[in-house]
Design a protein around this ligand. Sequence first.
Ligand code: PRX
Length: 651
Amino acid sequence: MTVDPNRLDALLHEERRFPPPESFREQANFNDPAVYERAAQDPDAYWAEQARHISWFRPFDKVLEWDPPHAQWFVGGKLNAAYNAVDRHRQGARKNKAAIVWEGEPGDSRVLTYDMLGREVDKAAHALRQLGVQKGDRVTIYLPMIPELPIAMLACAKIGAIHSVVFGGFSAAALRDRILDADAKLLITADAGWRRGSLIPLKSNADQAVDGTSVEKVIVVRRVGEASGASMVPGRDVWWHDWLAQAPTTPCPAEEMDAEDVLFLLYTSGTTGKPKGIVHTTGGYLVGVNTSMRSVFDIKDSDVYFCTADIGWVTGHTYIVYGPLSAGATVVMYEGAPDFPDRDRYWQIVEKYGVTILYTAPTSIRTFMKWGPEYLQRHNLDSLRLLGSVGEPINPEAWMWFHEHVGHGRCPIVDTWWQTETGAAMIAPLPGLTVTKPGSATKPVPGIVADVVDEQGNPVEPGQGGYLVIKRPWPSMLRTVWGDDERFRRTYFGKFEGVYLPGDGARIDEDGYFWILGRIDDVINVSGHRIGTMEVESALVDHPAVAEAAVIGRSHEVKGQAITAFVTVKEGVQTGPELVQELKQHVVDMIGAMARPEEIIFAAELPKTRSAKIMRRLLRDIAEGRVLGDTTTLADPSVVDMLKRQYKDSE
Ligand code: PRX
């Protein structure tokens, strides 16, 4: 395992402590420390108790059936996720409460109460049924951050169709791969999206992506209008507003789903070039996400909750859609960039809507640090009471800045470690109970059993680095990889039997606090976006000029990690700045802008072991300018000197 030695060293010396303010503790949903002990002694009873916050059409017979690596949670229970997220709130005091407060990038806004949201979801659910979409069918959704995105997801959930949301920043080729893998029947997209005042051509990407796939119909939301230049294919494409206009306005009955019926697929990167369709099911996922809204986010009816993630990633699925809505919260949803039209956009939103809970990423915090506190000082942030961080390890400096400049020293911070696969926060403080340390995600939440182990699976000594593992199943865990159960087994349960391997390194300190050290596999975390080195390598070698490519993540001040690609070209190919641009663009076309390499280094040869394995660690050392370690296993040690020279020249 390779862990950044600087980070390990800094963490070992972190001595600041932040106990929950007394006023926060008093009002917190979870303020009895005995909850940890209770959950540890009888986890099934703990989860059964949490499951009471979900509405079931039929109660479950058994909490957990564990046949490693397959878990079934809330066996025999029947429920519906859209009913839980919307309809049950329409019947009581929350009927006219704001569910989604949406802010468009150009400054337009929209508020949907729970009742209004329910009516929209019902119309879309009817319209899906009219198109012949049935329980279990896959619907791919490729939309910007507009209200139609959660409406489309919830409409699928209402009729038992499986949604597969593809982040709007993915390219046509990446969208196509995901449509093909899911074998989707329908695609829901928009004419275009806004980003920093420019257009993202979603419809034109969609046109390229669906050709020759199983997609029969394309539903198109008009977000931008004429300027989008989008054209409609007769017989295949339908405008969203026309589609809904002909749907019945009567309530749409919710499909009774088994607790273990699939709710959604969400693709994520792993070790190979092919993204994995992570499968989440209905009952366990909802119980998991709803529990963490109450425990980690201390959600109350009076809160205005703002999560800055995109719904195209798991953070948005869980902490913009299913988590807060199942808890009946008011969610602020923002379409655009933090610096449009100016760098105070988030703070303007916090002030405008009186945001009480703000959940964002370390990358954004580091960017705000760089911009300076004047943008925050323009606005009144007194409404804030709790702050959250997710997506990558937060460095103590960024944590302190968040604490001082955003939270004004009075808001607890919840640094939440989790993944697409885990569905909900796993290692995180409970803000009314946990004494926080800047840079540590603190301890596993109640009901989660985590540890750090060595190569043999034995717990390591306090302070030692090792593999982070989860030793007991949990309700919102992934159930499998779509269409590839063998890959699920191998990837997550292949190293230690019956124990889940997330792919992160960690250490536990003397107080039992977890410090996440980053990925230990071939995954790069760029600004909190998970990108597989193999995906980028495959995109590069797809270009006719490229013979071989090796991609690594090097540490980056703002993004956490940046992509560096080492490339060898085919005989006779001219290298130079033009080819660099062309290759970067090729990666953008194959995957999306978030995978654009920061730098491309042309090399005569890549460093390989005698068994022809590319030595990535060595490449990382070169890119980070570290003194090189042992290179005796190299087939040709002179390659390293050459690479070092070439890397320097390219800087
Ligand atoms: O490496 C960990 C990092 O992000 C990975 C999961 O990425 P993804 O599935 O895209 O989900 C991101 C949002 C949940 C993890 O394996 N990661 C996420 N949160 C943290 C983190 N690393 C350290 N601290 C965190 N709070």
